[in-house]
Design a protein around this ligand. Structure first.
Ligand code: ADP
Ligand code: MG
Length: 259
């Protein structure tokens, strides 16, 4: 039987500014071990807030009003900070749209991945260097021995995203949350990054929560899809179901807009 890795129940995350923004308004879903779940929806529909709620990395003005986020049976919403940091360093990793904002321009890409490895695994520098080269190789960075010494500005957008994937893998996560990881990249590079993620999922048995506004990208990678609209899940099903027999008018609209 397959194991449920992540189970979100009736999650509500609101922002409390001048007015209350119901960014995530009562969503539920589950993610099985080894599965890739796509979340699709237009800008502002609550996709990133969902992922940041899972990671417990929300802005100060945001509050989880209700619900549970169960990761292998542990409720992340009510977990003390140190325990959550441990989960972020071991079980759940995240990659974002803009690799540049996550990489420090004044350090080599290799040293940044090494630092993450040392932080998570407390291994020697030599061991971390060896692992970094292996990870670079795994994510398809050519000549990894040479490229570990490059600075971020010396790498292309696609290569920087590969570095970020290597960094995310440095803790050998069970779950990778990818929030629009291909949105800033051009189409051929997008396809390469999707290919890498698919290969990693299959070789490592990792689960992926893949967030995008692009249904075409979802079709390339996800087993199941969740369609979000204004903080709510309007449709949830297997990928072919959503494409062949969408139920909700919003999903039908999304499909109709595809080139
Ligand atoms: P997306 O689906 O594009 O990732 P988000 O999850 O980022 O959407 O945003 C969902 C809603 O929450 C939007 O209405 C957005 O304006 C609001 N929101 C997101 N981040 C903040 C923030 N830091 N402060 C106030 N409102 C926010
Ligand atoms: Mg977003």
């Amino acid at each position: 039987m397959t194991k449920i890795l992540l189970k979100v129940d009736d999650l509500r995350t609101f922002f409390h500014g001048e007015e209350v923004v119901k960014a995530v308004d009562g969503i539920s879903f589950k993610l099985e071990e080894g599965e890739t779940l796509g979340i699709v929806g237009e800008s502002g529909s609550g996709k990133s807030v969902t992922s940041l709620s899972i990671m417990q990395l929300l802005a100060r003005s945001a509050k989880i009003e209700s619900g549970t986020i169960s990761f292998l049976g542990t409720d992340l919403v009510r977990l003390p900070d140190p325990a959550m940091r441990k989960i972020r360093g071991k079980d759940i990793s995240m990659i974002f749209q803009e690799p540049m904002t996550s990489l420090n321009p004044v350090f080599t890409v290799g040293s940044q991945v090494m630092e993450a490895i040392i932080l998570h695994q407390r291994v020697s520098k030599a061991e971390a260097r060896e692992q970094t080269i292996q990870l670079f190789d795994e994510v398809g960075i050519p000549e990894p021995h040479k490229r570990v010494h490059y600075y971020p500005h010396q790498m292309s957008g696609g290569q920087k995203q590969r570095v970020m994937i290597a960094m995310a893998l440095s803790c050998n996560p069970k779950l990778l949350i990818a929030d629009e990881p291909t949105t800033a990249l051009d189409v051929t590079i997008q396809a390469q990054i999707l290919d890498i993620l698919r290969r990693l999922r299959d070789s490592r048995g990792m689960s992926i929560l893949f967030i995008t506004h692009d249904l075409g990208v979802i079709a390339e990678i996800a087993d199941h899809v969740l369609v979000m609209y204004r903080g709510k899940v309007v449709e949830h099903g297997e990928i072919h179901q959503i494409f062949e027999a969408p139920q909700h008018p919003y999903t039908k609209g999304l499909l109709a807009c595809r080139p």
